[in-house]
Design a protein around this ligand. Structure first.
Ligand code: PAF
Length: 281
């Protein structure tokens, strides 16, 4: 595995592969890699000739009161995982390379940035869209892989890619879960043991809503959302940021479930972590 720290370096590493007509798959990450990232890498490995991964804790997607400083940085273990999963090129730029003195350009994906996580994390998706577009321009992949765990991010990046006519296919990969159902996340390590024990109730609540829809025919979104809130309140004691049922394509609130176009998404503060999860109906 080749590791590059500069833009010229990663471009030079990939140029000959591109010239030979090889398909380049890209997995952008902020490091603290886990099985969820490994699933993205494996998918890229299966579908592409070359796999590039970036590790960059992007300061512009963190709010002033958020966890940028304490975000887990585990570069050695991350390199080992990438090596083990057959990554060809790892790109680890510094903040000053990505945002040099005088940096002034940001990307706004309107409407899709505002609901759900955008409401409690103003500026977050502007930072995500900006860094992903920069990484796309630097790596110039044929395909890029994102997890459904961050559904809003995936939907927004698809929109940006289409709107800006980027010749990149965006692939969504299903959420990888712990055996008890908790969605894998780099932030799960913030959970104290008691909160970790309670955290699977988030996914249980989502599954319960799926059962209510599929088996009992409940289609009323406010009833389903209330059922989810009740389950979370009862089983976690966490502080609910949001539980929302929105359209998959526009992220607009729904009154009634639209089969094939419904996202149930939630964010809950639990024992030092802000956890997000979702399902699609
Ligand atoms: O999902 C993440 O890890 C980040 O938001 C991403 C896409 C790497 C951009 O910093």
């Amino acid at each position: 595995m080749q590791t590059e720290h500069t833009i010229a370096g990663i471009r030079a590493a990939l140029a000959p592969r591109r010239k030979q007509g090889e398909r380049i798959g890209f997995v952008p990450t902020m490091g603290a890699l886990h099985e969820g990232h490994a699933a993205l890498i494996r998918r890229a490995r299966n579908e592409c000739d070359v796999v590039a991964v970036s590790i960059f804790v992007n300061p512009t997607q963190f709010g002033p009161q958020e966890d940028f400083e304490r975000y887990p940085r585990t570069l050695e273990a991350d390199c080992a995982l990438c090596e083990h999963e057959g990554v060809n090129v790892l790109f680890c730029p510094s903040a000053s390379i990505m945002y040099p003195e005088g940096y002034a350009t940001y990307v706004a994906v309107e409407r899709l940035s505002e609901p759900l996580c955008g409401r409690s994390r103003p500026g977050h998706f502007r930072g995500v869209a900006t860094v992903v577009l920069k990484l796309f321009n630097i790596v110039a992949p044929d395909v890029a892989y994102f997890g459904w765990k961050d559904a809003q991010q995936l939907i927004l990046i698809r929109r940006m890619t289409e709107d800006l006519n980027l010749p990149i296919e965006i692939v969504g990969v299903e959420t990888v879960r712990e055996p008890d159902g908790l969605a894998m996340s780099s932030r799960n390590r913030y959970l104290d043991p008691e909160s970790r024990r309670r955290a699977p109730a988030l996914y249980e609540a989502l599954l319960q809503a799926r059962r209510a829809f599929e088996q009992e025919g409940v289609t009323d979104c406010s009833a389903l959302a209330q059922q989810i809130r009740n389950h979370i309140a009862q089983h976690t004691g966490g502080r609910i940021d949001y539980v929302e049922i929105v359209s998959l394509d526009q992220l607009q609130p729904l009154t009634s479930v639209q089969k094939g176009n419904t996202l149930i998404a939630l964010a809950v503060h639990l024992g030092g972590a802000r956890l997000i999860d979702n399902i699609r109906l």
